[in-house]
Design a protein. Structure first.
Length: 296
């Protein structure tokens, strides 16, 4: 069963073909363009719908249910109900959202979950050590997908070159709470297809600078952050979302996600679900149907 799902779920060659087909289709019809989707009447849902409608129809439902591991841990940021780093709440909501094929893990996935998963989505601090780095590397080398959300991108006890080589970014040094403007930096990437030039979150948290960032990272979106408090970094556009291939595997990293509310933002969800689908392999648009499901 495990081997069947692995073969089915990790159809990398088929996935790559689909992805190329999607890009070709977009190029033909010129969907993306450089349009700015401002407008007084436009809200997040309308803009998200526009992005969803940009996806090539043939690619939207491609592939069977993904085998997703939702990796969480105990809440670590203030009391229950404050909506900050609420990993258990996120896990419960997304387990329901993903439905068939979902697996849950606390702290770290079980060995059999590494064997079965198309994609592991981590929303909690990850306690990296040599053994875990090796295990994750084998999983990625074999074609697995990994998604790091918010605290999962912040390496403890400190930034690490080894972690950067594994997931694209080795950690961060600074953080800021407040409004976040995500400027799309790779408008031609299928994950960003049909999105406006910027996605604004009313309130969340950014981390920067990437310490270090691997050479093969594709930065999808940035946020302009001011000079570090001790002058450690200049004012600059800092990477907030990225893609990183490793072996046959893929890693998608996403810095925002401090607040539970952010996971209900429709435009943020477009980026997130496409990032998860990209990491899993197959059509980037296969989870588009979840974007407007169950938001509150
Ligand atoms: Zn946070």
């Amino acid at each position: 069963m495990a081997s069947a799902s692995r073969a089915g779920g990790r159809g990398r060659a088929a996935g790559a073909r689909l992805c190329r087909a999607a890009i070709a289709c977009v190029a033909l019809v010129g969907v993306r363009g450089g349009a700015s989707f401002g407008g007084d009447e436009a809200d997040g849902v309308a803009l998200a719908r526009r992005a969803l409608e940009s996806a090539p129809e043939v690619a939207r439902d491609a592939g069977g249910p993904l085998r997703v591991v939702l990796l969480a841990d105990a809440k670590d940021h203030g009391p229950a109900g404050n909506g900050q780093h609420d990993y258990p709440l996120w896990q419960a909501r997304w387990a329901e959202l993903f439905g068939k094929g979902v697996m849950v893990a606390e702290g770290w996935p079980a060995e059999e979950q590494f064997a079965d998963a198309d994609v592991i989505v981590a929303y909690c601090y990850l306690k990296w050590d040599g053994g875990r780095i090796g295990q994750m590397r084998r999983y990625l080398d074999g074609g697995g997908g990994l998604v790091l959300l918010h605290s999962a991108t912040w390496t403890k006890p400190g930034p690490s070159g080894e972690v950067a080589e594994l997931v694209g970014v080795g950690g961060f040094q600074l953080f800021r709470h407040g409004p976040v403007r995500l400027d799309v930096a790779a408008a031609d990437h299928p994950i960003c297809l049909g999105l406006p030039a910027a996605v604004t979150l009313e309130n969340d948290e950014t981390y920067w600078p990437p310490t270090p960032m691997a050479a093969r990272v594709t930065v999808l979106a940035t946020s302009v952050e001011e000079k570090g408090a001790r002058g450690s970094t200049p004012r600059a556009a800092q990477p907030m979302l990225w893609c990183y291939p490793l072996g046959k595997g893929r890693v998608f990293g996403c810095v925002p996600g401090h607040l539970a509310k952010t996971f209900d933002d429709p435009l943020f969800r477009v980026l997130l679900f496409r990032g998860i689908a990209w990491a899993a392999g197959g059509s980037v648009f296969r989870l588009d149907r979840l974007v407007l499901e169950g938001t509150r």
